[in-house]
Design a protein around this ligand. Sequence first.
Ligand code: 7PJ
Length: 283
Amino acid sequence: MQSTLQFGRFNFPWRGQGVRARVMGILNVTPDSFSDGGHYQSLEFALSHAEQMIQEGVDIIDIGGESSRPGAPPVSLEDELRRVMPVLYAVRDMGPAISVDTYKPQVMREAIIAGADMINDINGFRAPGAIEAVKDSDCALCIMHMQSDPQHMQLAPLYTNVVEDIINFLRERAEALMAAGIDPRRLCIDPGFGFGKTVEHNYALLKATARLMNALNLPLLAGLSRKSMVGAVTGKPVEQRMAGSVGGALAAVAQGALIVRVHDVAETVDALKVFQAGSPLQR
Ligand code: 7PJ
């Protein structure tokens, strides 16, 4: 049996014949991701970063206009649209699939009109109007789990059973989307590493990658690139977490993850090529 994730203009098999893990490259267009130089400079910077990731073999470009690091303040709708939309229009037809990282329904609507292939929502489509915004399209929908919100999530993460709690959350959200008439073939799940989780929670979830996919019968996206969970195991600061992040991506892919969301595209693409060539697993 083959299962496929419907991803706008693309289709990604995630079970059965033709499965290959996909690399999603992070394209931040928040002003703190470059020096100062204003709007035009940020667009230029984003486009050259996108071109570099394409050279390196990226499958999906994930455009994000709001920093969701722990403690980060929210961004207004106007600012987010001003950051994301010019980049989206510029990269849409460069080759890779395009994802937009947002929890704002109005940004989702604009992104879909502009041809986004995935809406990646760290808030799991919980905002009022989010489901309505994505319903009548063919883009993929990444449902991520987050406890609390970016400003408070790392204060006191608490679960009864982290894996069960997150399966229950993701199931509830997937059912809410399907109840609105959304085709389950558009859905993808994400445990949300670092979003209201301790290091122990994060590794319990990484180890449960196959279990999450089996419980919900949906493909999984893993985003742990450069996160503190990598620092906790390697003892390395954020600028030295590339190899550790590649190791984490392989741990997820070895358990069947379909998409890995990464900063270091070239290294992850190479690692996955060799991993796939040498892996006896038939997924
Ligand atoms: C994730 C994300 C993640 C998904 C961010 C960072 C924080 N979207 N957006 N999964 N993380 N789906 O990259 O460090 O883990 S922003």
